[in-house]
Design a protein. Structure first.
Length: 298
């Protein structure tokens, strides 16, 4: 069972104070040693998290720029790293200033914080050129994950009330076994998903607006499962990819698909090039209340 992060904020209503804020940079890094692959667990309860490719000589770099209102008030960042039999185990925990962290008996984490009406900005860089298995759990806030240039074996992303974006502008050098994305009340955008080089993808959306662009290179057959509770989702798939769509009908959901797709039977559609295409996508879509759009791109 996944460890869940619950976040509660207590807003302080204080009069305007004419004070000078002091900028403070907080940096942490983990240097590369003998590891041949790394398992990464990234937790953030609140704030803006940005992730991208780093340098080959450092497993991770974490950067935070703080504008202090209280010299004793600091964000919480915990980085734990160990290597066993050439496999690195990296845990990064990031929580806002004034936060208090409590663990329940079932392993869930509850974070309580007094927020001064601003968002923490975190910047994380992961090592280039080493296979990574990444599990990211994000609470409330915003995230921008650029996986371009990283070597990823598995990827799992879970977000709460957030606005999130991920992208793969370069093809993943390793075949990714599983790509799992779970969102709560959110806006979620993904770009060039086929460059993730995955075999299986699962996307679960709660309440929100979702845009999944399957641009990039696909030279094998993949399975994609999409489930949305309440909201709208748009799937954009390049024309050179053969696609079979299975859609579970719901009278509460509006389904729209480009004319190129041929209806084989109720709830089943195929692109004209499904059998002949070099790359094939088997797409299963389930929607509760909202809209589903499947579009072709050049």
């Amino acid at each position: 069972m996944k460890k869940q992060i619950f976040f509660t904020s207590i807003f302080l209503f204080t009069p305007l104070l004419l004070t000078v804020t002091v900028a403070q940079d907080i940096r942490r890094e983990v240097k590369r040693t003998t590891e041949k692959e790394v398992k990464v667990v990234l937790h953030s309860s609140f704030g803006s998290v940005n992730l991208e490719k780093g340098t080959p000589d450092k497993i991770a770099e974490v950067y935070y720029r703080q504008k202090e209102r209280d010299k004793d008030d600091h964000p919480k960042v915990d980085i734990n790293y160990s290597v066993h039999r050439d496999v690195g185990d990296l845990h990064i925990e990031m929580h806002p200033e004034s936060s208090e962290e409590h663990s329940s008996d079932d392993g869930d984490i509850r974070v309580h914080a007094n927020l001064h009406f601003r968002t923490d900005e975190w910047y994380v860089k992961l090592a280039e050129g080493i296979p990574l298995s990444i599990e990211a759990e994000l609470g409330a806030g915003k995230s921008d994950f650029d996986f371009s240039g990283l070597t990823i074996n598995d990827l799992s992303i879970s977000t709460g009330a957030s606005s999130s974006k991920i992208r793969f502008d370069q093809k993943n050098k390793n075949m990714m076994e599983d790509l799992n994305i779970e969102t709560g009340v959110s806006k979620f955008v993904a770009e060039n998903l086929n460059n993730a080089n995955f075999k299986n993808m699962k996307f679960e959306g709660g309440v929100g607006s979702y845009y999944l662009d399957f641009g990039g290179e696909l030279d094998h057959s993949v399975d994609v499962n999409i489930s949305v509770g309440l909201g709208s989702i748009t799937l954009v798939i390049p024309q050179d990819i053969g696609v079979k769509v299975k859609y579970e009908d719901s009278w509460l959901s509006n389904f729209s698909i480009d004319d190129e797709f041929i209806r084989k039977r109720k709830g089943v559609y195929e692109s004209e090039n499904y059998a002949s295409a070099h790359g094939q996508m088997n797409l299963f879509v389930e929607s509760g209340l909202g809209s589903v759009k499947i579009r072709r791109s050049k």
